[in-house]
Design a protein around this ligand. Structure first.
Ligand code: BJW
Length: 236
């Protein structure tokens, strides 16, 4: 790992596994169902058009839950690395929770959006939103009852792709934490980073679908693996 510590520019990708030990359910682990629905069946524009109440209930419940959870040692360690690292460090998260920010990280890119925003499909305004949407509240901007969760569903374009690919082009090291590698384009970042010349490291509870793409893969809980890796980087 000594050579890793000599690297300058790091891109970190996080997934649901980094928030699992904070008590937020992952998507595909342990049952992976919500009221008998797979995430692939509720996190789509088609599901929202067909049964908006079901989809709003799913997000209202998770938006409420996330506000009762706290960042864990892995979120804190990444925030520390961001503050102390001498080169560039970009945290890209697929998570819609705000635990990276509440651990003190800044400049986190939320490629799949955020629970704590509502997006008006009428006037395109975005509003910070901590309450529920199921009762169809009016948009504070235009008054229409056209608010939806500001999250990226299957078939929609993830946010911040240009900034992410620009960072991958300049990366010496790409680190993936707590993601199953089941959902694209995030699942393809390891191959993109590799082809662009970066070294690649996976930190995950178990081997993932994409483990074989990484130069190195370490298995264990994020609250142990991430602080240990951050110590190595800062000690180097
Ligand atoms: C721990 C742990 C602990 C547990 N410590 N680890 C066929 C082939 C290729 C692609 C496609 C295809 N058909 C369709 C597509 C595209 C589609 C896609 O990928 N589908 C797949 C099903 C194949 N993708 C899209 O539609 C995306 N848009 C798109 O592609 O636009 C076109 C485009 C192309 C190229 C460039 C740009 C644009 C949009 C995807 C949107 C995903 N949205 C969701 C919902 C967000 C809102 C919400 O939260 O509800 O995002 S789905 C869900 O999955 C969520 C997550 O961010 C995402 C990834 O899940 P994640 O984070 O990996 O969680 P898990 O549960 O899967 O894994 C957790 C891991 O942690 C596990 O490995 C555990 O072991 C581990 N773990 N405890 C460490 N303590």
């Amino acid at each position: 790992m000594g050579d890793m510590a000599r690297m300058r520019n790091i891109v970190v990708l996080t997934g649901a596994g980094i928030s699992a030990e904070s008590g937020i359910d992952t998507f595909r682990g342990g049952g992976g169902l919500w009221e008998q629905h797979r995430v692939e069946d509720v996190a789509t524009p088609e599901a929202f058009a067909r049964d908006p109440e079901l989809v709003q209930r799913f997000y209202d419940m998770r938006r409420a839950a996330v506000q009762t959870k706290q960042p864990n040692a892995a979120h804190h360690a990444l925030a520390r690395l961001e503050a102390e690292w001498r080169g560039e460090l970009l945290i890209v998260t697929q998570n819609v929770d705000d635990l990276h920010e509440r651990a003190g990280a800044s400049g986190v890119l939320h490629m799949h959006g955020t629970h704590l925003n509502a997006w008006c499909t009428g006037c395109d305004a975005r509003h910070r939103w901590t309450g529920t949407l199921i009762e169809k509240p009016p948009c504070p901007e235009c008054g229409e009852a056209s608010l939806r969760p500001d999250v990226v569903w299957f078939g929609e374009m993830p946010y911040e792709m240009e900034r992410i690919y620009a960072a991958l082009r300049g990366a010496d090291l790409f680190v993936s934490i707590g993601t199953s590698g089941a959902v694209y384009p995030a699942a393809g970042f390891v191959q993109d980073a590799s082809q662009l010349g970066a070294r690649t490291l996976e930190l995950n509870l178990e081997r993932s679908q994409g483990s074989h793409w990484f130069d190195e893969s370490r298995q264990g809980p994020a609250t142990q693996l991430v602080p240990r890796w951050v110590e190595e980087m800062l000690a180097g």
